[in-house]
Structures are given as structure tokens and as C-alpha cells.
Design a protein around this ligand. Structure first.
Ligand SMILES: Nc1ncnc2c1ncn2[C@@H]1O[C@H](COP(=O)(O)OP(=O)(O)OP(=O)(O)O)[C@@H](O)[C@H]1O
Length: 479
């Protein structure tokens, strides 16, 4: 799920800043440690008398996710501990969507839960899903100037995501939250590693004490410390496989009964018909998949922008690429929060922009890793360093999978955060090969169409030639 605010109870509003921020990068929303919210979890905790928490894997709007040792079966598992307020709803959704995933022989493409149980804690009763352990998400591996996938890995991951979705749709189910954050890479046989070995590979978990704004000790509703999630890209040994799984069924629904409310998926992945208040469907999953495919290959979402925060924003932004919305949608209104409405007193108009972003330009301008012609891999001079890790390449074992644009030096300047000069620097980077661009443009033109009935289906996408450009060229050994 992704609608952070949904999980907050109204009483949270007065306590937004109860806790001081911790300097551990991206962590869970600390303010969610309150009755109805997250479970305060600590390393070493044992749940259900068998799962011992060893590290943190991540967190979302609705859960924290932990690496745990299953002492009964002697294997690694992921414990997804759901916020109290959403535990019952997520348990119901998981039951039906996991059944659909299993029906489609989906064990290979979806993280099917081993089992689930409940945890009674100071904040209430939490659903805890026991899942296979996965590696980093595609959002982490394909992230603007921070990280880019090798083109071949992007195509392979994209194809598997299409397979997963086509299978799910064939079972009459929609995912409802297809994003690159929900495409995760598998690990190659994590069970061959002991706890000691994992600690040698990834280091001991990094912790920071949790402190309150008021200086009082946090109560039992919050943990004593916060843990930085494990970084699978920090090790000198690559345990990340080229296979992906599609996770997070929190918003899945039967195609025959779409949700009445707006999907909680990030707006940049929202299909235009859903953004204007029409039903979600397999076709809206395909739109989100198209956004994910473009992000996998380019590092950016086609409709992500600092101007896109609401359904109205994304529709406006999409018109810059696809032109005016269909006439049949033009009576649709948006309220002052940018949500579609039927109340004429609430109407705020779509922002009409004359600034065009043709799909063809988006595709043909995708930049790739420079093999030569620009200087790479040096450490940025001290006064230009924003983050000391920025200009350090990934360990060599990841060379055929991912690369960091920020280790690229053009005209003696490292690529860093986006600023006025970035686009000019990026001009110097090599672009996607024309033959591939033509195929990708063709594929995306069949996905990014307003009318859901005219959109290509996930099943039809499987035979599109963009996914098969590597067919004649066998994968490197071990993949
Ligand atoms: N099986 C897993 N193995 C490894 N890491 C996982 C697993 N499941 C989830 N994670 C990590 O935990 C994060 C949160 O998981 P997930 O997206 O399922 O949570 P959520 O609370 O439903 O959140 P949201 O949809 O808001 O991201 C993921 O981004 C990922 O980093």
C-alpha cells in the first residue's frame, strides 16, 4: 500500500513530530509508533516462539518488514508486521489474492506467504505475514542519478513482471499497486548462508536511538532504537538474482468487483481513467506496468515530476504526452485536493500546459552507461561531495547488473543531484540504441492510450519484440 496517511488515526495529527528524525536514510514513519500503528520491534525479538529478528528489510506505509531466522525450520524468512488499524483488512485481502496467485502457478512470480499469525503488542494486535526473503526493489536499482540497471536486466525484469501480471489477470485478479517498489529481485538461495556469514557480508545492523522532541523517554509503543534496512548492494559478494517477484497484494481485487475508492498506488503510476474517478481494472494495472517498464529502463517514471501530487496533477501531466483527455471525461471535476468529484461547487480545473513531452522524446532520450568518452569512477573533490558514497561505484560483483550515474564525470564535473546544469551534462551520455528505442516506443504507445479498452493486455505484451531483443544472446553465466 502506499497511501501513508490512510493508516494514521485522527489523534495522530496532534503528534506529527513526537520523535526526532534519525540519521539512517529512508526508514519507517516514526510517528506511526502509536496505538493502532506499527509494532515496536527490536533485534533479537522472538515471535510465535520460532522467528528471531536478525535485521530489518524495509518498511512501507502499512508495515515494517524484518529478516528473521525461523528456528523451527532453520531457514530465513521475512516477517511483514502490519499496522494494527489495517491488519484485519489486509488479512482478508491476502487470503483471496494469494489463493489467486497460487492458482496461476504463481509461486515463482509472487512471494506466497508461508503462513501468518498475530502479534499482541502495546499498540494492539498485528497481522504478521511470514514470507520468503527478497532482495532490493526495482525502485532501488533503477533510481534517477543514483542507480541504473543494465539494459538487459531491465528487459528481463520487465518481462517477468508482465508474466506475473498476465498470470494474475488470467485468474480474474488485479494487483492494484504495480510499481517499481513492488517489483523485487530474488536472492540466490539465501538459506545457504549462516547468520555469521550474512553479518560478514552485510555488516552488523546499524541502529540509532529513538528520541522524543520533548526529551521524555519513548513509551512502550515505540522501540528504543531504529534500524537501518539491510543494503544488499553493499556486499562484496552478489547474492541478488536476475529473477523478480511482484509483491504487495494489499490492494489486490477481483476484476469483477473493483474498489469504489481511489487506488492507494502512488499517483505517478495511476492510470488516467482511475485518476478521473472511473474503475480500476486489468487495463489500469497495464498502465502502471508501462510506467514501471519505462522506469526500469530509464531510471525515471514517465509521469513523475515534482508537480505531480494528486490525481488531477497526473492527468494534467499526462496530457502533455498524450494530448487532451477524451471528450467523454471532460465533464469530470476535481476537488481542491485534486481528487475527482461530482460536486460542482468543488471544481478546480485541470491545468492546461502547452509544454509538450512527446513519448517519442521520452524514449529516444533515455541515456545509457558511457563506456568511454567521459571520465568515470573518481572520488568527487571534498567541496562537491553531498554524500560520501555518491561517487563510489558499486562493488565489482554488480558490474553486469547495475551502475551509478553519479560516478560519471563529464567536463570534470560529477553527475550529482538534478540542477540547472544536469540536462546539459546528460547530453554527453550515450543514448539508448535506435533499434531498441523504436521497439520500446512501439510497446509504450500501445500501453499509454486513454481508452482502457484500446490498451494492450498483459497477455498480448508477452510477445512484443522489445522483450525479446536479447534472445540470440545467452545470459552471462549464473543468470
Ligand atoms: N518478502 C520481502 N523480502 C524482503 N524485503 C521485503 C519483503 N517484503 C517487503 N519488503 C521490504 O519492505 C518494504 C515494505 O514492504 P511492502 O511494500 O510490502 O509494505 P507496505 O507496508 O504494504 O507498504 P507500501 O506499499 O506503502 O510500500 C518493501 O519496499 C521492501 O523493501
Amino acid at each position: 500500500m502506499s497511501k501513508d496517511d490512510d493508516a494514521m488515526s485522527p489523534s495522530a495529527a496532534s503528534s506529527w513530530f513526537r520523535f526526532l528524525p534519525v540519521d539512517l536514510g529512508d526508514t519507517e514513519n516514526l510517528e506511526r509508533y502509536m496505538p493502532g500503528g506499527f509494532h515496536p520491534t527490536s533485534l533479537g525479538d522472538v515471535y510465535d516462539e520460532r522467528y528471531r529478528v536478525v535485521h530489518k528489510l524495509g518498511a512501507g506505509g502499512f508495515s515494517t518488514v524484518w529478516l528473521a531466522r525461523d528456528e523451527t525450520e532453520q531457514k530465513w524468512v521475512a516477517l511483514k508486521i502490519v499496522v494494527v488499524d489495517h491488519s484485519a483488512a489486509i488479512e482478508t485481502k491476502y487470503a483471496s489474492s494469494q489463493h489467486a496467485a497460487l492458482q496461476c502457478g504463481g509461486r515463482a512470480k509472487f512471494p506466497i506467504e508461508y503462513r501468518h499469525f498475530t502479534i499482541d503488542g502495546p499498540n494492539g494486535r498485528h497481522l504478521c505475514l511470514v514470507l520468503p526473503v527478497l532482495g532490493p526493489s526495482a525502485s532501488q536499482l533503477s533510481c534517477f542519478l543514483d542507480s541504473r540497471m543494465a539494459p538487459r536486466l531491465a528487459r528481463k525484469a520487465a518481462y517477468q513482471a508482465v508474466q506475473a501480471l498476465a498470470n494474475l489477470h488470467a485468474q480474474g485478479f488485479c494487483h492494484g499497486d504495480v510499481t517499481t517498489s513492488n517489483i523485487a529481485f530474488c536472492l540466490s538461495d539465501i538459506d545457504r548462508y549462516t547468520e555469521h556469514h550474512l553479518s560478514k557480508l552485510f555488516g552488523a545492523p546499524e541502529k540509532a536511538p529513538l528520541e522524543t522532541e520533548s526529551g521524555e523517554e519513548p513509551g512502550p509503543e515505540a522501540p528504543q532504537y531504529i534500524v537501518r534496512p539491510i543494503d544488499f548492494l553493499a556486499s562484496e559478494e552478489n547474492i541478488i538474482s536476475w529473477d523478480i517477484q511482484l509483491l504487495d497484494f494489499d490492494q489486490a481485487f477481483p476484476a469483477s468487483s473493483p474498489p469504489q475508492d481511489m487506488l492507494g498506488t502512488p499517483v505517478e503510476f495511476l492510470a488516467p481513467e482511475v485518476a478521473v474517478g472511473l474503475s480500476a481494472s486489468p487495463a489500469s494495472d497495464v498502465w502502471a506496468l508501462g510506467c514501471s517498464i519505462y522506469r526500469l529502463r530509464s531510471g525515471e517514471g514517465p509521469f513523475s515530476s515534482i508537480d505531480v501530487w494528486t490525481p488531477r496533477d497526473v492527468v494534467s501531466f499526462i496530457t502533455r504526452t498524450l494530448g487532451a483527455i477524451p471528450v467523454s471525461w471532460q465533464h469530470i471535476l476535481f476537488d481542491h485536493e485534486g481528487q475527482p468529484t461530482r460536486d460542482p461547487s468543488q471544481d478546480t480545473p485541470l491545468v492546461k500546459s502547452t509544454d509538450r513531452r512527446p513519448l517519442r522524446d521520452l524514449v529516444y532520450n533515455i541515456y545509457d552507461k558511457p563506456e568511454n568518452g567521459v571520465e568515470t569512477g573518481k572520488i568527487r573533490p571534498e567541496h562537491q561531495v553531498w554524500d560520501e558514497n555518491d561517487n563510489i561505484p558499486y562493488p565489482a560483483c554488480f558490474a553486469d547488473m547495475v551502475w551509478k550515474p553519479k560516478v560519471t564525470k563529464i567536463d570534470n564535473v560529477y553527475l550529482h543531484g538534478y540542477d540547472d546544469g544536469t540536462d546539459e551534462l546528460l547530453e554527453a551520455m550515450p543514448k539508448i540504441p535506435e533499434t531498441e528505442a523504436a521497439l520500446l516506443h512501439d510497446l509504450l504507445s500501445k500501453i499509454f492510450v486513454y481508452d482502457p479498452a484500446e490498451r494492450i493486455t498483459a497477455g498480448e505484451m508477452l510477445s512484443h519484440p522489445w522483450f525479446h531483443v536479447d534472445q540470440a544472446d545467452p545470459l552471462p553465466h549464473g543468470h
